[in-house]
Each structure stands twice: as C-alpha cells, then as structure tokens.
Design a protein around this ligand. Structure first.
Ligand SMILES: Nc1ncnc2c1ncn2[C@@H]1O[C@H](COP(=O)(O)OP(=O)(O)OP(=O)(O)O)[C@@H](O)[C@H]1O
Ligand SMILES: [Mg+2]
Length: 242
C-alpha cells in the first residue's frame, strides 16, 4: 500500500486555479520535498492532504483512507510554521503542549500510563529538549518552540509527517538541529512530505521531489533520476519546466 496516492487532482480557490490534474504516489519511508515558487500551491497541496480543503476533482488516499472527509487519520501528523506565529502568552508548559497530542490515541478520559510517560521522555530527548519539560512554551526561543511542535507530532507515533516550512524565522543553529532531527526520523522509516524555503537543504534531505510549476502542473521525480544540471537549476530557483 502506498502512503499517499493522489490521482488527477485539481483544485481552485474560486477563479484561481492552483492545481491542475496532478498525480503522484508516496511510498513508505520516502522523504518528499515539495518545491515551487511563492504562490505555486505548496501549502494548498499540504492542506488538501490534511483534509482541510474540499476538492471535487480527482482523488486523494492517505494511509489507505479516502481523504474526502476531514476527519483525523491515525498516523498522520502535521507540523506547520508555528514558531513565528505562536502567541507567546499561551499559558501552557512544554509537557502540556506535547502530551495533549496523546489524547487522540488514549481517548479523552484516559490518563496517560507509564509507557506514555516513557514515550514523552523519548520524544523530548529526540528533539533535544530534555530538561525543558516544565517551562512555559511562550518562554522558549522560536527554534525550541518548533522542536516542541515536532515532539508533539512524534508522541502520536506518526507514520506520515507533513511539514510546511518548519524552519522559517528560526536561527541557523536551530535550523541545523531540526534538519538533523528530520534526517534521523526519515532514517527511522517515518514518511515525510515537506516544503521549505531553503531549496538546497530540502533537496539534500529528500529522496523524491514534487516540483510545482506555478501553472497548475507538477513533476514528481526521484532525486537520483535528475541530472546534476537539473538539480543545480532547481536549487538556484531556475525554471525546471521546459
Ligand atoms: N484562502 C485562499 N483563498 C484564495 N486564494 C488563496 C487562498 N490561499 C492561497 N490562495 C492562492 O492560491 C495560490 C497558492 O497559494 P499557496 O499558499 O498554496 O502557495 P505556496 O506555494 O504555499 O506559497 P508560499 O511559498 O508563499 O508559501 C496563490 O495564488 C494564493 O494567492
Ligand atoms: Mg506556503
């Protein structure tokens, strides 16, 4: 079973056509970099995969579920560009923000068990935030906050992680920490679909690339199938579509 199957998908906002008859499949363990200029439809595509936007033409299957409805799919987690838009007065600790994402799995009226606390400790270690558990999230730096949101996704044991520009507005040290973390998660077999303004870094992480033309169509390629010239042009922001 593919992790994602998109077939003949078209989408428009009113008069604005964004995606025109695109198709691609993502396999388990893939790291897919979604590339395209501003307004090409990257965030729109992620929102469609998340079930946040209704579509009429084509089909989307995620982890074996038809994406026609917006209900939560077990194993699907999303990390948005939270750090720079986060309300720093939000009165919750890191522990509360991360463990809140256990409840879809546990059910609202079940208390976390010993193994859930162990999982919490593990994801905090994975994101390098051990020791920050009881700090208020609003008191952390942007990069630390973003790692909290990644921990929040990880505690739900995702099979598929969607990330929309997760390192925007974050200093270069934190970007490096998050990039390394994503590389490790990918090696562990989590399937990742991600957009990023830093195309060179994204291409470095990815094994497949979904390149949106900005005119509605896309190319889906294994990185290994692209020539070094094509990769260079892509990273330089050049036109890939001839
Ligand atoms: N809610 C909306 N209503 C109407 N048009 C929208 C809406 N959201 C996005 N658009 C338009 O759809 C197109 C794709 O937008 P989208 O946000 O998906 O682009 P993007 O590739 O994520 O861009 P960026 O690199 O700037 O994040 C743009 O032309 C945008 O103006
Ligand atoms: Mg976007």
């Amino acid at each position: 079973m593919n992790i994602i199957d998109v077939k003949n998908l078209s989408f428009c906002y009113g008069e604005t056509d964004v995606l025109d008859n695109i198709s691609f499949s993502v396999e388990e363990g893939d790291f897919v970099g979604v590339i395209g200029s501003n307004g090409a439809g990257k965030s729109t595509l992620l929102k469609l995969l998340l079930g946040l936007l209704p579509y009429n033409t084509g089909s989307i299957s995620i982890l074996g579920h038809d994406r026609k409805s917006s209900r939560a799919i077990n194993g699907l987690c999303y990390v948005s560009q939270k750090a720079s838009s986060f309300n720093s007065a939000f009165p919750a600790t890191v522990r509360e923000v991360v463990t809140a994402n256990l409840y879809p799995k546990l059910g609202l009226f079940h208390r976390p068990k010993k193994e859930d606390f162990a999982l919490f400790d593990k994801v905090m270690e994975q994101v390098g935030l051990t020791g920050c558990e009881n700090r208020l999230i609003g008191h952390l730096s942007g990069g630390q906050q973003q790692r909290v949101f990644i921990a929040r996704a990880l505690i739900a044991s995702p099979k598929l992680l969607l990330l929309d520009e997760p390192t925007v507005g974050i200093d270069s040290m934190s970007v490096e920490v998050i990039t390394e973390l994503l590389r490790r998660l990918s090696k562990q077999g989590i399937t990742i679909v991600m957009t990023n303004h830093d195309t060179a870094s994204l291409v470095g992480l990815s094994n497949k690339l979904l390149i949106l033309s900005g005119e509605g169509d896309c190319r889906f390629r294994r990185k290994a199938d692209l020539s070094s010239g094509e990769l260079r042009r892509l990273i330089a922001g050049g036109v890939f579509f001839d």
